[in-house]
Design a protein around this ligand. Structure first.
Ligand SMILES: [Zn+2]
Length: 87
């Protein structure tokens, strides 16, 4: 099934709620969500401690993996983690 979402309409609604959104849509992030800003194993490629959510990730959902790259907002994070495409 294909959904059509206008990300620019959703973005302001999601702002500040990425902890809830990730809990529902990306449970792989639970270790990182328990300690935002701290390094944990990457939920996609594994490893030891190359991944972290930014300490204020609830605001915009940004995260970074030393190997996989930086994901500037929660939509990019969900695309990467779940293999989705919003754009
Ligand atoms: Zn990674």
């Amino acid at each position: 099934m294909k959904y059509f979402l206008n990300i620019e309409e959703i973005r302001p609604l999601a702002k500040g709620h990425w902890d809830y959104i990730f809990s529902a849509l990306a449970p792989q992030l639970s270790a990182a969500m328990e300690q935002p800003g701290k390094h944990v194993p990457c939920p996609v490629h594994g490893g030891k401690d190359g991944f972290r959510l930014f300490s204020n990730y609830q605001e915009n959902g940004a995260c970074v993996c030393n190997t996989c790259g930086e994901f500037r907002d929660g939509f990019k994070t969900l695309e990467w983690i779940n293999g989705w495409s919003f754009f």
